[in-house]
Ligand binder design. Structure first.
Ligand code: GRF
Length: 190
């Protein structure tokens, strides 16, 4: 039996696409839906190309979570993967999916995390702080931004010539390499 995973994405969705492609032949994992909070997010175009249904829920749906939870239950989602998803996950959903929701953060938590730390702002902050390394953190999701237990981290070096853009490129490369494998490892024995 395969486990059904919902991908949440607010933007481009390159991680979502990479994950779906990685598991395209898998009989253990089925990425059965993409959920966004933006109608015009590029991830919907990727979903269409990949023939995965995608849906948009409104910001207010994400403040309470009831409607989304009902939907997830109806389509029998087992796990949730946040791949570039910007809104906080409502407590109702967190409680319904204990240790079954993970997020990827494009920096080495606990540094450069928390409210307001998203997208290029993170890489900008890393560059301005003169860090010599950055990386990715994959963690469980709890009710606080970026504070759930860490599952996996990978690092990349940063040189003085790097800027937010080049750091983002290095971090994306790490995401594409590791995120699908981490999903496989933690839920592979479903
Ligand atoms: C990724 O760097 C992810 O870690 C962060 O937002 C970015 C999303 O990129 N949370 P994409 O939408 O997967 O292309």
């Amino acid at each position: 039996m395969s486990c059904k995973i919902a991908l949440f994405s607010s933007g481009s969705g390159s991680n979502a696409e990479n994950i779906i492609n990685y598991f395209s032949e898998s009989s253990d994992f089925q990425f059965h839906v993409i959920i966004s909070n933006k109608f015009d997010a590029y991830v919907h175009r990727r979903a269409k190309k990949l023939q995965i249904p995608s849906f948009t829920f409104l910001r207010e749906d994400f403040s309470d979570g009831e409607k989304i939870l009902e939907f997830l239950k109806k389509i029998e989602t087992d796990y949730i993967v946040l791949a570039g998803f910007l809104l906080k996950i409502p407590l109702k959903i967190i409680n319904a999916y204990p240790k079954k929701i993970i997020n990827i953060h494009p920096a080495l938590l606990p540094k450069f995390g928390g409210k307001g730390m998203y997208g290029s702002r993170i890489h900008q902050a890393v560059a301005e702080a003169g860090e010599i390394e950055s990386g990715i953190t994959i963690h469980y999701v709890n009710e606080y931004y970026d504070e759930g237990n860490i599952i996996f981290q990978a690092k990349c070096p940063i040189s003085v010539t790097d800027n937010a853009e080049t750091i983002a490129e290095k971090v994306h490369a790490l995401e594409y390499e590791h995120f699908p494998k981490v999903i496989e490892n933690i839920w592979g024995n479903y």
